[in-house]
Write a protein that binds this ligand. Sequence first.
Ligand SMILES: Nc1nc2c(ncn2[C@@H]2O[C@H](COP(=O)(O)OP(=O)(O)OP(=O)(O)O)[C@@H](O)[C@H]2O)c(=O)[nH]1
Ligand SMILES: [Mg+2]
Length: 435
Amino acid sequence: MFVDTAKVLIQAGKGGDGAVSFRHEIYVDKGGPDGGDGGRGGDVIFVGDESVNTLLNFRYKPELKAENGQNGSKAKRRGKSGEHARIHVPVGTIVTGKDGTLLADILAHNQEVVVAKGGDGGFGNAHFKSSVRQTPRIAELGEPGDCYEAELELKLLADVGLIGFPNAGKSTFLSVVTNARPEIANYAFTTLTPNLGVADIDDGSLLIADIPGLIEGASEGKGLGDDFLRHVERTAVLLHLIDAYTDDIAKAYAAIRSELEKYNPELVNRPEIVALTKSEGLDDEIIAMQREQLAVAVGDKSEIYVVSAHAHHGLKEVLRALRRKVAEVRKAEDSQTDDIVNDSDVIRLSDKVQAEGWTITTQYSEELDALVYVVEGEKIEKFARRTNFDGFENVNRLRDIMKKMGIMHDLQRAGASGESVIQINDTQFTFFDQQ
Ligand SMILES: Nc1nc2c(ncn2[C@@H]2O[C@H](COP(=O)(O)OP(=O)(O)OP(=O)(O)O)[C@@H](O)[C@H]2O)c(=O)[nH]1
Ligand SMILES: [Mg+2]
């Protein structure tokens, strides 16, 4: 099975709660408030890492959590911030949210993307002293961190993708032109997961991806299926390798092309180079014949090369041709991809524009046999999340905020009285018994 996708739970740390505490002073019964703030919750950060090339680990460990912030304490001591969780992911990892929305695309080694922000710490009571409130017992709760389920998907970002039948010599080619050491064997389906290698050519280099072999019917699940073709979806150029010993070389070429097309029609328009492999043991006339047959099938779609990985024949020529093609593609797409990295550097789920507005709706609750006034709005919801409903002073503060914002006024207009049940987020409360 190919582990190119994984479902994970991403959870940033909760902010620590603010503290309620008073200074102890000799001769003074109760000193001023000195409860410290809660620390920030840690972020979950994805870090692109070239040395990681599968998402396998996430299958075993699908919960990606950062540390919570610690609560504030006396003497205005701020709680320690939670540690960020730095998660190393393969370059080419795509993160999508619930309805398939793209959340992050890790395009480079060491690129960092904050995929979930930790919650802010709550204020301690030291913040709430005023001329009328000398001994405030108010403290805020820390905010929850971002938390959501996401799908990780790996699509390699190589320059060149190697495609072809099993046993065509893809892994051998990679092992000879790059530093990679993939498994090689004289049977089909040796390669089960993609291999990456860097080939140096002239004064540049090419990142090459070797993937499992395709067979006719792969799109219907034959052989290893065609799921792994996702890894060449984002490669600039395809190198189609065909064993020079193949009987019907034109048919072989067409079969692979047809599987590519079934997987993703765009792949047949991808710039491509074709190479006949294992040429060292064949007579020149036979090679010439095979090449001719292939040329008819390929038309002017691709350049054709003849190579032998064992004898190191023709390798430089193919690499140069690939490099030229890759350069052309990169030039064409340059303007489009320039700002992708910067665009996706931070995802702020909780930093959506702070909506100042609110709406009030009423709902009949059978359980309470009463109307419930549901208040929604980003700003008020945030305050409510930070309110500890166990302490009446905290609830009174929420009421003061709602008054200031004008929400209390609207509640009255909507028919609410002092005894009415109000709901914000999932919490129901009344102001009646808080007086
Ligand atoms: N004579 C000769 N044999 C080669 C050459 N390149 C590869 N082979 C042999 O072909 C067989 C298959 O090579 P691989 O590189 O494993 O083929 P592959 O395309 O990666 O195969 P899968 O991973 O199964 O798709 C091995 O026995 C290789 O030694 C070559 O240049 N000359
Ligand atoms: Mg292989």
